[in-house]
Structure formats: C-alpha cells, structure tokens
Design a protein around this ligand. Structure first.
Ligand code: KG4
Ligand code: ZN
Length: 337
C-alpha cells in the first residue's frame, strides 16, 4: 500500500447487525458482520438488547476487519460510521467508538446516512449502474423509491406513509405463527403455494407513495374469521397464505416502481435492502426488466442486508470530495436523504 492510498475503516450499528469493513481506494476488502440472535425469542428487535450486543460485538468485529485486511490501524486515512437513521442506543455505540478511534489516531471522521449507503452498495461489485438510476430500497425499516443522480446526489421520489414492506412481511408472518424475522420464511413457503389462492388488498396510495399497514389488518381479520370455522386453517393453507400475502406485497412494490420509471424516463432500475433478497420479488423484477427493456441491478445478498461494506463505499465517495465530520457529531434516529 502506498502512502497516497485512501484506506477507511467503516462501522455500521444502526439496528441489529454489528459490522465493520475496510475499503482501500474504493475496493471493499472485507465485510465482517455479527448478527444478533438475542431478539429471536421476542418476535422483533429489542432496542436495549441491541445496544448491549453492539457494545459486546463492536471491538472484536473491528479487530477482525483490521487484521484480515493486512493493514495497520496507523495506516488508516479516516473512520466512517452510520449517523442515522436507526435506533438511538445502537447508533450511539458506533458513533462513540468511531469518534474515540478517529481522535486517538488523529484522522478525520466521516458520517454516513444509512439509506444512502444501501443505494451505494451497488458500487461495491460489478456491474455498477450508470447515472441516473432508480433505486427501490426495501428493508425492515424503510421503503423508498430514490432517484439517484450521482453518488452523493439522490432524491426520495416516493416512500411508505406507514409500515415498511419488511415490517409487513414480518408482522403478517407473526400472525401466521412464524418466528422473527418472518420475511425469509414467507418467501420459503410461498414457493410452494398458489399466489392467487386468497385475495389480500393491494393498497394504492397517491403519487409514488406506499402504504403497507392495511394488509396486516386484512390478514388479521381474515385469519380470525377462518379460524372460527377451522382451527387448523393456517397449517392446512400455510403455503397458499404465504404466496398470496407475498403476491400483494410484491404487486404494491412493482406498480409504483413501474410508475417511477415512466415518470422519470429512467430505465436503469436497482433494488437494495433486506427485502431485495425475496425470490418472488427478484423473479418478478426480472420479468418486468425483460418486458420493459430495463437494465436491472441487484447487489450480492451480503450487501443487501445491513452491512458495513456499504457504509465504507459511501465513505469513500465522501472522502473524495473532502466531506468530513466534526468531533461534536451526535447520532440521528431520524435522518432523511
Ligand atoms: O435491510 P435489512 O437487513 O435491515 C433493515 O435495515 O431493516 O432488512 C431486514 C428485513 C426484515 O424485515 C426481513 O424480514 C426482510 O428484510 N427480509 C426478507 C427476506 N430476507 C430478509 N423479506 C422477504 N423475503 C426475504 N427473502
Ligand atoms: Zn438497512
């Protein structure tokens, strides 16, 4: 490594993954992730337990990222961290560590917006999208349609007005008696079910906005009625229920995505966030891309869910334009693009 190399250590701690990554001259060398299993038995992320687990996992994860990169910490050019959005206690662990480490080494700090980083995950590996492109960011906390004009210039053109789509997957899965997080399990059972077996609502919001809270209520009342007549209704119909719920959720996502492509005349389409792992969504997008002549970009799974590799990628772009952060920075639970 030469003295002019740009080597950045990035930290992600916004929700329930503790992660560290090293990027050198724009190439992500590693992406170490410690997943917190402590939340499983509670059916959702417990903020206080998440903060404590970050506290325990952060230093080992950082040490592994540095040692497996072959770099010494003295050769780092900057420390990057997720400033928000996310859980306040979780963010605080990462922000405090990043500040102390950067101060100790006498190097700059770079704050990263977690949602911007999900989009920039597309620049970690080939093929990288040209600008402009439209990114559908779908996670447990967010559902956004983003018009991406350049690495650091993006505009939210549509978003959910209530629940995120990942939340809708997880909450309906819970109604079916599935453990947290239920999204991947709905995906698994849906593969063997009939998506048109049951009709769940496809909520249409104005413009490019989404709403995912209605489906949760619809599934709740539908199950209550069915279970009255047949207590085994869920287990007898699990595959069809999962396929039908997933059908509605995917339809809601793709209707607005198609509308955004038309409205902005941009045929480069990308997806990001944990829900982009969904096999039904992926295959539906491939069909649409073929039919409509879109260029479609889906990052590797490890860069779809929360990870520090994407924080490192965003930090690299910010380093190039000298966008550094002062030591009095505080985390932001809510932070828009
Ligand atoms: O991006 P992510 O890892 O964390 C957040 O920032 O929220 O996304 C997690 C979300 C969860 O709601 C999880 O159920 C969902 O992504 N998810 C899936 C699948 N894999 C993860 N949802 C549907 N199908 C999947 N295969
Ligand atoms: Zn995320």
């Amino acid at each position: 490594m030469g003295t002019k190399d740009i080597s950045i250590l990035a930290i992600e701690s916004s929700c329930d993954e503790t992660s560290a990554s090293i990027i050198v001259n724009g190439k992500v060398l590693n992406n170490i992730v410690a997943t917190q299993s402590v939340h499983e038995k509670y059916g959702g992320v417990v903020p206080e337990l998440a903060s404590r687990a970050h506290q325990e996992n952060l230093i080992p994860v950082v040490q592994e990222a540095i040692s497996s990169s072959g770099l010494s910490k003295e050769s780092l050019s900057a420390i990057a961290f997720t400033r928000g959005p996310g859980l306040m206690g979780s963010l605080l662990v990462g922000v405090s560590f990043a500040k102390a480490f950067a101060f100790g080494l006498g190097i700059p700090l770079i704050e990263v917006n977690h949602m911007q980083a999900h989009v920039l995950a597309h620049f970690i590996d080939e093929p990288k999208p040209d600008f402009p492109f439209i990114c559908l960011t779908v996670s447990g906390g967010h559902t956004q349609l983003v018009l991406v004009k350049s690495p650091l210039e993006m505009e939210v053109v549509g978003q959910t007005r209530d629940d995120a789509v990942g939340e809708a997957f997880d909450k309906t899965a819970k109604l079916l008696g599935l453990p947290y997080p239920g999204g991947p399990l709905i995906d698994k059972y849906a593969r063997e079910g009939n998506p048109r077996a049951f009709d769940f609502p496809i909520t249409r919001m104005p413009e490019l906005d989404y709403s995912f809270s209605g489906i949760k209520t619809a599934v709740l009342y539908f199950l209550r009625d069915q279970l009255e007549g047949n207590p085994n209704f869920i287990e007898q119909n699990l595959q069809d229920l999962c396929a039908s719920i997933q059908y509605s959720l995917i339809k809601m996502l793709t209707i607005k995505l198609e509308k955004a492509v038309e409205a902005y005349g941009v045929k480069r389409v990308a997806i990001a966030g944990g829900v982009s792992a969904n096999s039904g969504l992926r295959s539906e997008l491939k069909v649409l891309a073929d039919q409509r002549g879109w260029e479609l970009f889906i990052p590797k799974f490890e860069y779809c869910t929360d990870n520090a590799g994407m924080i490192a990628m965003a930090a690299h772009f910010k380093y190039l334009v000298g966008d550094f952060t002062t030591m009095d920075v505080a985390p932001l639970a809510k932070m828009s693009l």
